[in-house]
Write a protein that binds this ligand. Sequence first.
Ligand SMILES: C[S@@+](CC[C@H](N)C(=O)[O-])C[C@H]1O[C@@H](n2cnc3c(N)ncnc32)[C@H](O)[C@@H]1O
Length: 312
Amino acid sequence: MHKPTSTNSRDWTQIYSIYGMEQWHTLLFLIFQAILFSIWSILFLLYFQPICQFLDTFFLFTETNSTGGGSAARFAAGFTGCVTALSAVCLFFAAGNFFYSAVGLRYEMAQRIVSCVNDWSNVKVALDIGCGRGILLNTVATQLKKTGSSGRVVGLDRSKRTTLSTLRTANMEGVGEYVTCREGDVRSLPFGDNYFDVVVSATFVHTVGKEYGHRTVEAAAERMRVLGEMVRVLKPGGVGVVWDLLHVPEYVRRLQELKLEDIRVSERVTAFMVSSHIVSFRKPSQHILGTVWGDEADPDALLKTYTYDVVV
Ligand SMILES: C[S@@+](CC[C@H](N)C(=O)[O-])C[C@H]1O[C@@H](n2cnc3c(N)ncnc32)[C@H](O)[C@@H]1O
């Protein structure tokens, strides 16, 4: 499902030169840890005998009259050295996966998200929530440009600084005229009901409410509120596409509860060292009204109960 087209492939250096990397501190942390563990494992290799002798005195001390102190010390030193070396390899792998996810994969997934919408020529207004520096936003804009559409795409982000850099990246991509940026909170989108033909989002929804802790009911309620807002601003017949990590089954359940149509889930893609999926759905032609999404709603109630009336 939603395979990327090879014509859209691009060198990662080009992608990096335009969008950079938002979570570089996480990458630096992983590389730092990987180097630290590598140094430890090299030290274990170079000073294996002295380490064994040191541990031997410890084992002789704890194992009175033991004849196996030497072998126990060698085992402990060897085991620790192996674990340290393995940790270093895993950390380098994690750093590589993180960098790939933040640059190359992000671009590839943006192409796939766009390919979830069958017909872009009829799209008048699209929305990218939590647009960041605009890698998905600009991919949507490029698609609108390609199809000769008169449509526009709006990028919403809560940070003014981010929206300014998003407009810069749109101009660098040559799609500035197709892009508008708006500051706002996704939990209460500053748009009327039934406004957008397409609403998209990439690696964003799981970050909403994380101040409560990922697994808390409050955080889940915040994520559900975001989905509700996405659905609210979609036109009947409009398409929503969400690429996200961690909570995709929860989104699918919620979309099913909301009686959205054509809910599709892509195969698993490892991104940022965890499973990720693209979920696409269509808002039914009937208009859904009266869903409880207000700030005053109890998080538990928001997760479990809601009301809606279908106007035929
Ligand atoms: C992880 S980045 C994802 C960026 C983009 N979707 C991408 O794939 O490159 C999350 C972005 O969402 C924005 N953001 C976080 N919470 C938000 C909220 N409640 N409302 C609107 N934007 C938010 C942040 O400022 C950040 O730019």
